[in-house]
Design a protein around this ligand. Structure first.
Ligand code: ADP
Ligand code: GN1
Ligand code: MG
Length: 370
């Protein structure tokens, strides 16, 4: 089914969800690779009010019910903390809009799952860093998010995508994709394959430290792209961490690393001109400072030490995931052009190579803020 076909029953979702007021219209929204997001408008007391309506990708998020239970639990836990700190619970976390029957999600007549959130007004999410201040604010927000969840009972969380950042397992899946060569694309990407195969050992470093008890398991976000933080238009502060589908037990260094992978790259994730790709050390520094401030001293020395490794591993892992998807026929990440996933893979590998060159500088910067 195409994306349009999957979303064809949006009218059923609009009717089923308990949006107050009168429906005015909806448009496609956002630039995520997984879910289908819509901005939807209702009129209420002569005012136009916005909401976010999403069709969840249930081929990837296989247990939408469990996932929404996670999100309801997390957001109500956060709401309590935000209220205690005197914050605005309507803007500083996601707020689910329930169906008229009181459920957090709706299943339409063709089996697609929908959910809705209050729209956080007067805030914006960025797909690329244009001001270092915004990147800094996203770092504080992600660090603080993890800090707030440090006493969340992790046992109450379902693992929404099992082994999400199990890089070595992803390596095995990658090897299988090469062996299967379903699309006959292997011969075209030998260089990229070799680059990744040579790095098996470095991909497992943090998992090994975790197994030895040197890195603690925490409740982490696991998808810390800069566009998953809303920045307040008036204050410039990172006010709300969104996209909570992958909040699960994980490693803090991977939350840090995934943000660096996305935001401290001098090029976009799908840039074709690889000469534009590099790690911006100033942005790396800005993010390190903000993230550690947001974590408020909650990271142990072993975690701080592994932040640069976390950045390299997340970049390699993401490059490997894009390439695996390319080899298997582009079923996971939404593509907008031919070879899109290959282009994305190439930026990640170029970025990882640059990070390897800059490892000493990254370590020096991290030491400055520990
Ligand atoms: P995806 O998983 O596809 O990345 P997201 O949940 O991140 O989906 O939503 C896509 C985009 O929609 C975000 O980057 C953000 O711009 C916008 N968005 C999502 N939720 C809200 C919200 N509650 N208020 C305002 N904007 C939102
Ligand atoms: C996906 O949904 P989105 O676009 O925020 C992916 C991340 C990848 C990212 C790469 C659930 O994130 O893991 O790092 O694309 N999310 C999922 O851009 O797989
Ligand atoms: Mg997102």
């Amino acid at each position: 089914m195409t994306r349009e076909e999957y979303c064809s029953k949006i009218g059923e979702a609009i009717k089923a969800i308990d949006f107050p007021g009168e429906y005015l219209g909806h448009v496609w929204y956002g630039s995520g690779h997984i879910n289908d997001t819509f901005l939807i408008r209702f009129s209420e007391k002569e005012e136009s009010k916005k909401y976010i309506l999403q069709r969840m990708n249930h081929e990837i998020l296989k247990q939408p019910g469990q996932l929404m239970e996670n999100i309801c639990n997390i957001t109500s836990f956060l709401r309590e903390k935000i209220a205690k700190a005197g914050g605005d619970v309507n803007r500083e976390t996601l707020n689910v809009i329930y169906t008229k029957e009181g459920a957090a999600l709706f299943r339409d007549s063709i089996g697609s799952y929908w959910r809705a959130y209050q729209f956080v007004e007067d805030a914006i999410s960025y797909d690329q860093v244009s001001k270092p201040e915004d990147f800094y604010e996203s770092a504080v927000a992600f660090g603080h998010f993890q800090y707030m969840l440090k006493d969340f009972p992790a046992g109450r969380l379902y693992e929404t995508i099992p082994d999400f950042h199990n890089t070595l397992l992803r390596f095995r899946v990658f090897q299988k994709a090469i062996a299967g060569d379903l699309q006959g694309r292997v011969s075209e990407v030998k260089e990229e394959i070799d680059f990744l195969l040579r790095r098996e050992l470095s991909m497992g470093v943090c998992a090994e430290l975790r197994a030895e008890g040197k890195l603690p398991l925490r409740v982490t976000h696991n998808d810390t792209k800069m566009n998953n933080v809303l920045i307040d238009n008036a204050t410039g502060k990172g006010i709300c961490v969104i996209d909570l589908d992958t909040v699960m037990p994980g490693l803090s260094v991977f939350d840090f690393g995934d943000s660096i992978r996305f935001g401290a790259n001098t090029a976009m994730e799908d840039e074709i001109d690889l000469s534009k790709v590099s790690l911006d050390l100033e942005l790396f520094e800005v993010y390190t400072k903000g993230f550690l401030e947001g974590c408020r001293g909650s990271l142990v020395p072993g975690e701080i030490e592994q932040l640069p490794a976390g950045a390299v591993i997340m970049t390699l892992e993401c490059g490997m995931r894009f390439l695996t998807d390319y080899l298997q026929g582009d079923h996971y990440f939404r593509i907008h052009r031919e070879k899109h996933n290959l282009d994305r893979c190439r930026t990640q590998l170029a970025l990882a190579a640059d990070m390897e060159q800059k490892m000493d500088e990254m370590k020096r910067i991290v030491n400055k803020y520990r």
